[in-house]
Design a protein around this ligand. Structure first.
Ligand code: SAM
Ligand code: SF4
Ligand code: SF4
Length: 326
């Protein structure tokens, strides 16, 4: 079974957020005070999230990425992941985390059937890391990377949001990480989702990131696998890890977009930047799998062709990344 949208894109990837809470407060993602009680809404139970996953896989979704907020802060997450990984037809289960709890949890996550980890690290300098995350401890996150490999995971992929004047001086340090540690690093363009005055000063295009690295290293293009995301990937000769650029703002990878999203409160979205959303709660309370399948099909068939953000004309949307899961 395949899910195809109105312009022929094969939709095989679901990003499922399990919480909007987080144990960090990255300034570009969340307000300092965190998510308020009113905004928090009704979080779906694990049974409800599992029903969404089973229904989506039944329709043609082959890959699920669990995200948040911070997924590892939700109680019972390991048991939920074990149930997810047992869904027949699900070929790929991945998790995105800030890594703060990974050292303690990596072995359990591996046993639960998670196949790949993405860890967000925006700076390799402990002070800059603490500033960006408003208090995060880089050493815990790096210990988490080691624990993941000891548990049996391939080297986690690193996501780094690059912001001019904040962490762009570290581009070459991240590039070195692909050689020294073997992690693949994906540089993400900063997206102005928190209503922050003067956000333009942080913007740095994927092209400039690439040029600055290419000025110091010989980069070879990398062939991507069947579940590759929207990054353009390169490798420094001899490095185990690759370097990827995600040009969410400046580039248009929408023509290859294969994903839909569901937030922890049951709001389904065909596009990260669209205001269109579908409330799945009426299909879940009480649970009605047929109605849910119909809703998922409709989200796919009405998926926008592309986003409407540009480098100089962005309208702030009514959500934060921690609510939608990136
Ligand atoms: N807490 C987990 C983490 O940080 O990996 C998972 C959720 S987080 C919302 C998912 C991804 O979204 C992270 O890699 C984060 O850097 C990215 N993200 C959040 N806000 C962003 C923004 N304004 N621009 C670009 N990426 C953003
Ligand atoms: Fe939390 Fe991830 Fe957002 Fe940072 S990016 S505040 S770790 S949800
Ligand atoms: Fe897909 Fe929307 Fe992102 Fe484009 S902006 S790649 S359509 S989710």
């Amino acid at each position: 079974m395949q899910l195809t949208d109105s312009i022929g894109r094969n939709i095989n990837y679901l990003r499922l957020s399990v919480t909007d809470r987080c144990n960090m407060r990255c300034f570009y993602c969340m307000p300092k005070e965190g998510v308020s009680r009113e905004e928090h809404g009704t979080i779906l139970s694990y049974e409800e999230l599992l029903l969404i996953a089973e229904t989506a896989v039944g329709l043609g979704i082959e890959k699920i990425r669990i995200t948040g907020g911070e997924p590892l802060v939700r109680a019972g997450i390991v048991g939920f992941l074990a149930n997810l990984s047992a869904i027949p037809g699900l070929r790929h289960l991945a998790l995105t985390t800030n890594g703060l709890l990974l050292a303690e949890m990596a072995a359990d996550l591996f046993r639960a059937g998670v196949q790949r980890l993405n860890v967000s690290i925006d700076s390799l300098n402990p002070d800059t890391f603490r500033d960006i995350t408003r208090g995060g401890d880089l050493s815990r996150v790096l210990a988490g990377l080691d624990a993941a490999e000891e548990a049996g995971f391939p080297p986690p992929k690193i996501n780094a949001v690059i912001m001019r004047g904040v962490n762009d001086a570290e581009l070459l340090d991240f590039a070195e990480m692909t050689r020294l540690r073997g992690n693949s690093v994906r540089f993400i363009e900063y997206m102005p989702v928190v209503k922050d005055e003067g956000w333009q000063r942080y913007c740095l295009s994927g092209e400039e990131i690439l040029q600055r690295i290419a000025a110091n290293y010989q980069l070879e293009p990398v062939d991507k696998g069947p579940f590759a995301g929207p990054s353009r990937d390169f490798r420094i000769a001899g490095a185990r890890g690759s370097i990827g650029i995600i040009t969410a703002v400046s580039g248009h990878f929408c023509s290859d977009c294969n994903r839909i999203r569901v937030t922890s409160t049951g709001q389904a979205k065909g596009c990260l930047f669209s205001d269109e959303k579908t409330d799945l709660l009426p299909c879940l309370r009480p649970p009605d799998q047929e109605r849910l399948a119909e809703a998922v099909r409709r989200i796919v068939s009405t998926k926008p062709e592309r986003h409407s953000i540009t480098g100089n004309g962005y309208t702030h949307r009514n959500f934060t990344m921690s609510q939608i899961g990136g």
